[in-house]
Design a protein around this ligand. Structure first.
Ligand SMILES: [Zn+2]
Length: 405
């Protein structure tokens, strides 16, 4: 059966909306997306109207950690994988509700959830999993120095510690063994880690090269968490294809990213607001003060250099970062100087590039039917993408998973 949604259309390709547009889909493929008068609606089609709202490609978050830990309950402090998985399965519904139909995830749970969604036994955004976040001992994801590295690696569902060339190759292969489709490393220190500084460089050049080479042998790429700049520089030289956060990048890294066609994944909402959020220890607060100003500069430099910018959130469904407001990242991008259309493309077509899915991220004939309808025009009010209450209809892989039109 053919389904048609009529209304203002932003297709992810054009810089202007189609004011009287429609999208038609059958199964999980788009049959037509364009001006209403160029498509004859079949008599037996089911037809929805977006009213004053806008039809967009389903949103994609390129920086997710589906650990589910915020909804894992209190038993064993919520650290058991089963509890975290069920917490994350619940969260998938919230993400759809907020209009997000795609995620690039970095966690152990994302591996299982990705397969469950594609098998059709769980409703959720399509997930491209990266497996665990890989870091050095004493680095950004070494959250618990009170246990051995082996104990940590056996029991932590977000991160994995690895050292030396052999250790790095083993760690990367372990992620592929579990089904990872890209690799995420920490190339610098970070805000949330107790044992390092933001500008610490983490992996050595030889370790970075071993990681990148291993990913290439698996026909995929490495993305690097970079808060400081020197670790970013070394990881770009080593061949990573994507910089996450990029809070403190300098012109040197920006120029090299442009030359090598790298992508920058924003996590701007957190950068811009982290210093004001309640509940952080004092050592973390000092680090957060550096973030907002640094990240605004980075975004400006990246735009000037023509670097592809993709939306990432780093939200965890905590009180400060609720999944029903995952779209706050669109607002933050505009707050940091991007145009509304640039922000929309960051969360759709540019994000699909990092998912390595050609048939995702735009509304065009033959593409996958992942569609989000909001109640207003985001080009005049970007906030209508920021909260689930404004998201009226969501289509994920051709299924209507939300409809309050
Ligand atoms: Zn992250």
């Amino acid at each position: 059966m053919i389904t048609v949604i009529k209304g203002r259309l932003i297709n992810g390709v054009l810089d202007q909306p189609v004011e009287n547009g429609l999208v038609a889909f059958e199964g999980n493929r788009i049959l037509f997306a364009g001006p209403e008068d160029e498509y004859v609606i079949p008599v037996d089609a089911s037809v929805y109207s977006a009213g004053d709202g806008t039809i967009l490609p389903g949103f994609i978050d390129c920086h997710a950690h589906l650990t589910g830990s915020e909804n894992a309950g209190e038993w064993a402090n919520g650290r058991l994988l089963g509890d975290q998985l069920l917490g994350a399965a619940y969260q998938l519904g919230l993400l759809l509700d907020a209009g997000f139909t795609g995620l690039r995830d970095m966690s152990e749970a994302g591996l299982y959830l990705s397969r469950a969604v594609s098998r059709g036994i769980l409703k959720g955004p399509r997930i491209v999993p990266g497996g665990k976040v890989l870091g050095i001992t004493s680095g950004h994801v070494d959250f618990d120095p009170s246990v051995t590295v082996k104990h940590f690696n056996d029991n932590d569902h977000l991160s994995y510690l690895m050292d030396g060339i052999d250790g790095c190759v083993t760690g990367v292969r372990e992620q592929f063994r579990q089904g990872a489709r890209f690799i995420k490393i920490c190339a610098t220190g970070g805000v949330s880690s107790p044992t390092d500084r933001i500008d610490d460089v983490q992996f050595s050049p030889a370790e970075l090269k071993a990681i990148v080479d291993e990913a290439k042998r698996h026909h995929t790429y490495v993305c690097a968490h970079c808060t400081g700049y020197e670790g970013a520089y070394q990881s770009i030289l080593a061949g990573v294809e994507c910089i996450e956060h990029g809070v403190m990048l300098t012109q040197r890294e920006i120029d090299l990213m442009a030359e090598k066609n790298l992508t920058l994944v924003t996590t701007l909402w957190i950068s811009l607001h982290v210093a004001d959020l309640p509940g952080f220890p004092s050592w973390m607060r000092e680090k957060t003060l550096l973030c907002a100003e640094g990240n605004r500069k980075t975004i400006e430099m990246a735009r000037k250099a023509g670097i592809r910018i993709a939306l990432g959130t780093d939200f965890s469904n905590s009180k400060n970062t609720p999944y029903l407001q995952l779209g706050r990242e669109f607002e933050a991008m505009v707050d940091a100087g991007m145009t509304e259309m640039e922000a929309i493309k960051a969360g759709t077509v540019n994000a699909a590039y990092l998912m390595r899915m050609d048939d995702l991220g735009t509304l065009e004939t033959g593409k996958l039917a992942d569609i989000t309808v909001t109640d207003q025009n985001p080009l005049s009010n970007i906030s209508c993408l920021a909260s689930a209450e404004h998201i009226k209809l969501v289509v994920a892989d051709g299924c209507i998973v939300k409809n309050t039109l």
